[in-house]
Design a protein around this ligand. Structure first.
Ligand code: ATP
Ligand code: MG
Length: 574
């Protein structure tokens, strides 16, 4: 490709619409343009990268016996009503009506469609397992589309669904996909971790997310410094800690705490440490009001709490509800004498001695509160957020915190969809059984953005070789110099003959402009053809990542560059 003919409008300035570096650089490098919030056009360079990631994903899915197919984007509401998701998916589902008034949705995911296909076509255990996948646009009307390709409303996903005859089969399909994902992200040249994730209110099933490590990531993860435990904080298991000892229980007392509403206020006012307080938060679900208790220095993990309650919704109660329940202003709620709401206590609560809680009376707290003596929780469960520095739930190690970008997720669905939609088969004994399913997604377009988050510097993108839009750029220092142009052209042709994906920057621009653009776009190899090439028959190969420069003979340069490219790609396959 000739840069003079390439539609890659580079920008000198960072566009104001972009916040994260991947978005800024894709706009600046002329790879991406916004059409509407969360909806983008991929320009040729951007699309080349996307296609490379798609190809890697496809090869690894095929390697594991995946069969590629293509499901429709437009999905009839009937199937979503059958699965029960039409009414619970909420505003994220792009809904529409056809001319006859029938309801449809743009597919945010395809469990319904695929299960409908398989229930109609697969009858016998002999036809199982089936691993079916597609790579296609998905639609989600995200509340906050942002960060370019990271969180779009239209984005490219690979989704594979596995159908097995039993749990053991599902375990095997899950293992295969886990392996494939590990290879895919390694082949893309990314640093990533798989972490235990929250399976949501369905519960029971296991699931892992694949996280590309980056400070701009929206997900927080914790990992152990001495074993391989790693989890999304949404899911991370908390190890209860006993701090207040098991000394004598003192007698319950009420103290006046005027205006002390927060943990910090009470802690300062009574001169006691936060971990001796019981934090009480009033929540509501679609069905009930509950109070949740954690130690004063801890935070509630609302995802854990919601899963434990099995509710569709969970939100903090408003002032009026709190007043009705406790008879006090917010900030003074507590479990002692609580009526009208279930008490859900974190596992650390029963370990506390002589603690402080709200007195359910404005401007008053109770001291020497002893769980078990002064109140009894209805449920004791792990409902708190885990932080760095805490004990690992699996070993003696200590947890550290990092941020990640979720690029993929593998999920054991079990029989949730096969049951709802009646996907059954006849087993070896001629008995009807439900298929056991798994689903496995990769955010293909998000992976492109994640790759840039991890691979860039002040000058632009540094593409890992396997996903670079082009592997090399040939730059004649002076396009007006016929000698240089002739040699640059022949090198460009030789590289293409060797199968190296190459562009030649033949534009009539100053060398500085061409070098800047080459760095911005992030071609892994830059080959400069200048006066030395004409005079001495040498060219300069500069490696974008290391900045190292090799001066080599023009003769044989194409073969050498081919080898550099091949070696780097082979490295990512190891
Ligand atoms: P998130 O928690 O980030 O909203 P999710 O868990 O809802 O994602 P899944 O349903 O697991 O997403 O989808 C599979 C993959 O698709 C995700 O791992 C992610 O990489 C990608 N993905 C999800 N939503 C988006 C989006 N709005 N834009 C780009 N990629 C997305
Ligand atoms: Mg997910």
């Amino acid at each position: 490709m000739r840069v003079s003919e390439l539609l890659a409008p580079t920008l000198r300035e960072a566009p104001t619409e972009a916040e994260v570096i991947s978005h800024i650089l894709m706009l600046r490098a002329g790879m991406l343009r916004k059409v509407a919030s969360g909806v983008y056009t991929y320009l040729p360079l951007g699309y080349r990268v996307l296609k490379k990631v798609i190809q890697i994903v496809r090869e690894e899915m095929d390697n594991k016996g995946g069969q590629e197919l293509m499901l429709p984007i437009i999905q009839p509401a009937e199937l979503w009503l059958e699965s029960g998701r039409w009414n619970v998916y909420g505003d994220e589902l792009f809904r529409m009506k056809d001319r006859h008034g029938r309801d449809f949705a743009l597919g945010p995911t395809h469990e319904e469609i695929i299960t409908d296909l398989v229930r109609g076509e697969v009858r016998s255990y002999k036809q199982l397992p089936q691993l079916l996948y597609q790579i296609q646009n998905k639609y989600r009307d995200e509340r906050r589309p942002r960060f370019g390709l990271m969180r779009g409303r239209e984005f490219v996903m690979k989704d594979l669904y596995s159908f097995d005859k039993d749990e053991a089969g599902l375990d095997e399909s899950y293992r295969k996909m886990y392996e494939a994902y590990t290879r895919i992200f390694a082949r893309c040249g990314l640093q990533f971790r798989s972490v235990e994730a929250d399976p949501g209110a369905i519960g029971g099933s296991s699931t892992h997310e694949f996280m590309v490590m980056a400070d701009s990531g929206e997900a927080a993860i914790v990992y152990c410094d001495s074993c391989n435990y790693a989890a999304n904080v949404e899911k991370a298991e908390a190890v209860p800690e006993q701090l207040s000892g098991d000394g004598e229980m003192l007698s319950l007392d009420e103290v006046s705490t005027p205006g002390a509403k927060t943990i910090e206020d009470v802690s300062a006012f009574l001169k006691i440490a936060g971990h001796n307080l019981i934090k009480t938060i009033v929540y509501q679900t679609e069905e009930e009001t509950v109070i949740a208790l954690v130690r004063g220095d801890r935070e509630i993990n609302e995802i854990k709490l919601q899963n434990m309650l099995g509710s569709l919704q969970l939100f903090m109660a408003d002032e009026r509800t709190v007043k009705e329940l406790t008879g006090a202003a917010p900030g003074f709620a507590g479990p002692v004498g609580m009526k009208g709401a279930r008490i859900i206590a974190d596992r650390e609560i029963p370990l506390m001695r002589n603690a402080v809680t709200g007195a359910n009376k404005t401007d008053a707290h109770l001291v020497n509160v002893n769980p078990g003596r002064d109140f009894t929780p209805d449920v004791v469960a792990d409902i708190r957020l885990v932080r760095a520095g805490e004990h690992c739930p699996r070993c003696e190690g200590v947890l550290a915190e990092a941020r990640g970008i979720e690029v993929g997720q593998v999920f054991k669905l079990g029989t949730k969809y096969s049951k709802a939609l009646g996907a059954k088969f006849l087993d070896e004994n001629g008995k009807e059984q439900l298929m056991v399913m798994g689903c496995y997604g990769i955010g293909v377009s998000r992976t492109v953005a994640a790759a840039i988050e991890q691979n860039h510097d002040g000058d632009g993108i540094i593409w890992p070789m396997p996903i670079a839009p082009f592997q090399a750029v040939v730059i004649p220092v002076s396009s007006k110099d016929e000698g240089q142009m002739g040699l640059a052209d022949s090198l460009y042709n030789a590289l293409r003959e060797q199968g190296v994906e190459t562009v030649i920057d033949d534009r009539n621009e100053r060398p500085g402009v061409k070098f800047k653009d080459a760095d911005l776009v992030g071609y892994p190899l830059r080959i400069v053809v200048g006066s030395k090439t004409v005079e001495e028959g040498t060219v300069e190969i500069r490696h974008r990542r290391s900045g190292n420069v090799q001066v080599v003979k023009l003769e044989g340069a194409a073969q050498l560059i081919k080898k550099i490219v091949a070696d780097e790609i082979a490295e990512s396959l190891k």
